[in-house]
Design a protein around this ligand. Sequence first.
Ligand SMILES: Cc1cc2nc3c(=O)[nH]c(=O)nc-3n(C[C@H](O)[C@H](O)[C@H](O)COP(=O)(O)OP(=O)(O)OC[C@H]3O[C@@H](n4cnc5c(N)ncnc54)[C@H](O)[C@@H]3O)c2cc1C
Length: 477
Amino acid sequence: EPHPHKILYYALWSLQKIIFGYNLFAYFPWQATMAGQLHQQLLLSRHYSRVFSVINSHIHTSSGLASKDHYKVLVLGGGSGGITMAARMKRKVGAENVAIVEPSEMHYYQPIWTLVGAGSKNVASSGRPTASVIPSGVTWVKSKVAELNPENNTVHTDSGKKISYDYLIVALGLELHYEKIKGLPEGFEHPKIGSNYSVETVEKTWNALKNFKEGNALFTFPNTPVKCAGAPQKIMYLSDAFLRKTGKRSKANIIYNTSLPVLFGVKKYADALWEIVKKRDLNVNLRHNLIEVRADKQEAVFENLDKPGETEVYKYDMIHVTPPMGPPAVLKGSSLDDEAGWLDVNKSTLQHKTYANVFGIGDCTNLPTSKTAAAVAAQSAVLDRTVSRILKKQTPDKTYDGYTSCPLVTSYNTVILAEFDYDGQPLETFPVDQSKESRVMYHMKADIMPHLYWHGLLKGLWGGPGPYRTIMHLGMK
Ligand SMILES: Cc1cc2nc3c(=O)[nH]c(=O)nc-3n(C[C@H](O)[C@H](O)[C@H](O)COP(=O)(O)OP(=O)(O)OC[C@H]3O[C@@H](n4cnc5c(N)ncnc54)[C@H](O)[C@@H]3O)c2cc1C
């Protein structure tokens, strides 16, 4: 185990890396070596502690077979929203009264896939066993929810189990629909194509970028709601930076074809992004929707949404696909969804509009804000309060303002940190103009946010930056 003075040294080394954006200590090779060794040692000890946490979690988490038929609080989905709410509910009603229905063995920190696709993080760093993130003592029902029956407070799983509840928290995320693009998903078997939106295809993005030779580099944005609306263009900026670094930029024609009529939904950040796009010679085509990929011929077909029936074929040497997305199939057509299939919740309290004992969080809801993990954090604090009040037979009193955030990565060391509310009004945490590219914000995204996610959000301890925003702005915001 590393000695405490070495940990202090390592902390200082990390701090200067965050502040200055590079390794000052690299000028003194013996120090760089020492920091490197410590990094390895810490990673190793973290690895051991993770192994222990999985074992511990398995011991304290009931398996699907041992699970009961009724829970006070039942959480559907063990992603960002489900785990954070289970951790919070455990503190309210006791671990033995909470269960999570989640089929996946692995839990992923998806926001880091942007950097995995650009080759600056390892895909392995994005995942941990689900067993290690289920709050200890909470029951993990390792199945898929197959049917929702809010009329009699029950759900059915795909293994045929019926579970009843007093309170239901729906955190099912959204579904990716690669199959809605002709030629996909089978097109991913060819090189030159990738997508940061799935753990199966994210490394293909990096392969395509690394092996780019010359021609068009295409980036797409579909004609549906998406999670992290900035991610489809973040990978374009990173690709541009990579191609500049490797001397290939002059051979590349970088094209961003988006279905949207704007580059980004909030004007303040869109203005800043348009400046970057112009400065770096990136070509943006609005209202262009990807409908087909002919991966064997390296061609992509787009429809012009303003001129129905008109299509355009683009040759590519690399393409990054952002797939169409939609609500979870199990929600669609259930009595919990709205006309579009999303969970129909009150936008202030996150309580279901018809069923008072049903609540929603995250990507599966129809909350009219950008779907992000940052939004999940802010929603979790409100939902915690809403459920507490309902448990005490009181009316909900805390209001979600739509807070969401998108760290728009614009290169390998800069980020524009977009933060805004339901009305698209900037809701910035720091007392600086966040529409400016910043190195500190990049290190927040790449180095600090993952820790905040695993150790804060998933433990039910991080409810978004609201209180810090107030302090940073001396109580004025
Ligand atoms: C490339 C990329 C970049 C991103 N960048 C950012 C970023 O920079 N900042 C940010 O804040 N957010 C970002 N996000 C978005 C963020 O990851 C999501 O918004 C967040 O994870 C939503 O949490 P959730 O709980 O709603 O859904 P998820 O975390 O996706 O969890 C849903 C869970 O439900 C489970 N599930 C699905 N169907 C069923 C079923 N029938 N039964 C039981 N369980 C089921 C799934 O297995 C999954 O575990 C990014 C996402 C991607 C893909």
